[in-house]
Design a protein around this ligand. Sequence first.
Ligand code: IPM
Ligand code: MG
Length: 367
Amino acid sequence: MTKKIVILPGDGIGPEIVMQAVMVLHEIGDKFNHGFIISEQLIGDVSLETVGCSLPDKTIEKCKESDAVLLGAVGGDPNVNKWKDHPEGDRPEKGLLKIRKELNLYSNLRPAILYPQLKDASPLKSEIIGNNLDVMIVRELISGIYFGKKNRTVNEADDEESFATDELFYSKKEIRRILKNGFEIAQKRNKNVVVVDKANVLETSKLWREVTAEVAKDFPDVTYSHMYVDNAAMQLVVNPKQFDVIVTTNMFGDILSDEASMITGSIGMLPSASLGDTKLGLYEPSHGSAPDIAGKDIANPIATILSVAMMFRYSFDLEKEARAIENAVGKVLEEGYRTKDIYTDGDTLVGTAKMGELICERIENNE
Ligand code: IPM
Ligand code: MG
């Protein structure tokens, strides 16, 4: 099998973690006899620097022609507003939002899985976290407040007349397709969905609840409930094991997935898959570009490597290959190797490149 893959290394630690993920791709190619045609394209800060915009048309075209896209990270230092004077108001993150939209990737899967080997890295007490945790966050990705109308009104003389708005918009169609996806995923897991919202305040959340009741009728084997987002944030640290699949809006999913990832030890472990109606998916770690640690060979490449496993599973339907990657990660952790973010006393500390190499060495084709 030969697949066309676009890699978008992006900013900060993006290039170094993507490099390790590409090594893993080649390792799978060798061991399972697959070929990959890899094309590297621009996105984010590096793209603004190189061609003046965060997402060149060429990147969009190449991604649309590909079978899957692997992205590193996008964004610069959050404390420096480097692009504030850009003539079109462009900034690195816009490139990421636009590519998600261009490829119609409305469903973002963020599996928060605790590897038993990492339970000491979790900030939660062992009574709460136990030996394993497996929560799938299904985040709506191309609507909601991220994509609603934005406005800025400036009146230098009057603060009350100077304001900004971000509209929170959801159509029934957008809500239905993400919920359907969440219920389908739950059907293959423990058959439980929690829809996270703020229905005590937001009109959009009320609509989400109505659509949930409609969608749920087609999934009689799946149980579901609703939870307010503030409570969900709390429940994730008090009793994370109650969750199987969480389905939620773009904004709430962004926030809760960071929280869920830390519970499992480190945000450096959380992969993601962004999917739409076709097999073309975009795979990226859930973490950001971490400019403070970029180029130091200390970033954890595992989230990106596990995103490659998701690529094999969801875009290529190659489950054995996906498992081979996940098993190799498990083995490396079992043997005590850790990057700085998941290191505890007694472990063997390794850098980004070494971690990638160790994982590659442990990839096996057992069949
Ligand atoms: C993520 C990131 C992005 C998001 C940023 C970089 C725009 O935080 O993928 O979670 O908010 O979607
Ligand atoms: Mg985020």
